[in-house]
Design a protein around this ligand. Structure first.
Ligand SMILES: Cc1cc2nc3c(=O)[nH]c(=O)nc-3n(C[C@H](O)[C@H](O)[C@H](O)COP(=O)(O)O)c2cc1C
Length: 257
């Protein structure tokens, strides 16, 4: 379990690392990848890709501020004219970080186009790189995860969007890597039970309505592909009372099971 930090002020980030250390996570990760305008345009997240010397200094200060392993997550560069990741990875490694996660897009791409796994592979296969390289971007199946390991040689993969409504993707990938075949798909009953557990935890942890709002994209993904789901989908994304959402999820099994 890691705590991730982002920011543009070196002193504040070093102080944040000290505070985060008190919570005793396994590691501290620095986010130099977030493309969101109000973060990146202030120079935080992927905005740090526009000032590499500052990024290096910030990373050094954070490494000094904590005794925990520090890791970094970043993108290929700010835009296609500045694909700095190969050189940047070496410089980040020199600061003492313990692993580097690369999302194979630039900030300018946001989430558009395809992640450039060739470039992620180049970083991984640079003989001067000895820290683990974790590849990220567009992995949405066990087959793609396997390809990332086999073809590009990464030490790990990180998965974002494909986890929506599919938190079991990690188990599916583990199964595929271990046994070479696909895990039997979850039944609707299993998905309903899992969605309810996920929903209850979200509300317990984040409260209402935030925990309910954040679950909407997950809920519709859990049940993606069910024919004639439109009306139920509409109800799922407009109902706020947690008890009623739980009733709707049960209703899915009654109607479509
Ligand atoms: C809604 C949303 C929130 C995200 N928040 C974070 C974040 O807090 N920290 C982070 O490192 N990446 C964050 N990401 C980026 C993902 O970790 C990942 O790099 C990106 O989605 C590409 O991977 P994917 O193709 O597997 O989704 C976020 C992505 C999305 C879509």
């Amino acid at each position: 379990m890691g705590i991730q930090l982002y920011g543009h002020n070196i002193d504040a980030m070093a102080e944040s690392a000290k505070i985060a250390t008190e919570a005793k996570p396994d590691l501290i990760d620095i986010n130099y990848g977030c493309p969101v305008k109000k973060i990146a345009n202030r120079g935080a997240g992927a905005g740090m890709l526009r000032d590499i010397p500052k990024m290096i200094k910030m990373t050094e200060e954070i490494v000094k501020a904590t005794n925990l392993p520090v890791t970094v997550k970043t993108r290929l560069g700010w835009d296609s004219d500045n694909l700095v990741i190969e050189d940047l990875a070496e410089r980040l490694q020199d600061t003492g970080i313990k692993a580097l996660t690369i999302h194979g897009r630039t900030r300018a791409q946001m989430y558009r186009g395809n992640a450039d796994w060739e470039l992620i592979g180049k970083v991984k296969n640079n003989p001067r790189i000895h820290i683990p390289i974790i590849g990220n971007g567009d992995i949405d199946s066990p087959q793609k995860a396997k390809e990332a390991f086999d073809k590009y040689g990464v030490d790990g993969v990180m998965i974002g969007r494909a986890t929506y409504g599919r938190p079991f993707i990690f188990k599916e990938i583990r199964h595929f890597l271990d046994y070479g075949g696909e895990m039997p798909p979850l039944s609707l009953k299993e998905k309903v039970d899992l969605a309810k557990l996920h929903f209850n935890k979200s509300v317990e942890y984040k409260g209402c309505p935030r925990g309910v709002y954040e679950m909407r994209r997950h809920l519709i993904s859990y049940f993606k592909g069910i024919p004639h789901f439109k009306e139920m989908r509409m109800k799922l994304v407009t109902t706020i009372e947690p008890e009623k959402v739980l009733e709707l999820i049960d209703e899915i099994y009654k109607q479509f099971g």
